[in-house]
Design a protein around this ligand. Sequence first.
Ligand code: ZN
Length: 200
Amino acid sequence: MASVAGPEIERLIQLLARLPGLGPRSARRAALHLIKKRDALMTPLAGALQTAIERVQVCKVCSNIDTQSPCTICMDARRDPTTIVVVADVADLWALERANAAPGKYHVLGGTLSPLDGVGPGDLTIDALVARAHAPEVTEVILALNATVDGQTTAHYITDLLQEAHVKVTRLAHGVPVGGELDYLDEGTLSAAMRQRTLF
Ligand code: ZN
């Protein structure tokens, strides 16, 4: 696409276009919006980015991101210390927090095992998870991983490693989504829901 602005503005557009969900066209619109809202938006955004660069770090316990390590969740005494909820990514942690669905503390793996993409156990924080699961206060590890081939491969791999940790290993149920209609579900989801039916 031909340049319509000077190199500094083009650079801003190119950087914005790398954000998830923004293509080149949306990036142009976002850049123009930022430029028009220079005082109300662009200056505070630049400040927030600079603060994030200086202060955001990875939690040394659970690999969550926060401005402190151990992170706010690891330091929260009201959270159940007997349960570790394992997620692939910080986005999944945020989703569970939005739903207020996780009872304990977290462990962020940093991805899932994926031989095709060259992601092996050494690329994830699996060793740290196994070490945490051996702590005397931990009684349950909940594998809150994606219901994809990679997610389930990772769940099986971790379950094998936790055999000697004397913890209950559970995973999220697969089945009918809240508000879901049976007629619209795929066969895999329907048969999983039938297999994992619960007492009414
Ligand atoms: Zn943490």
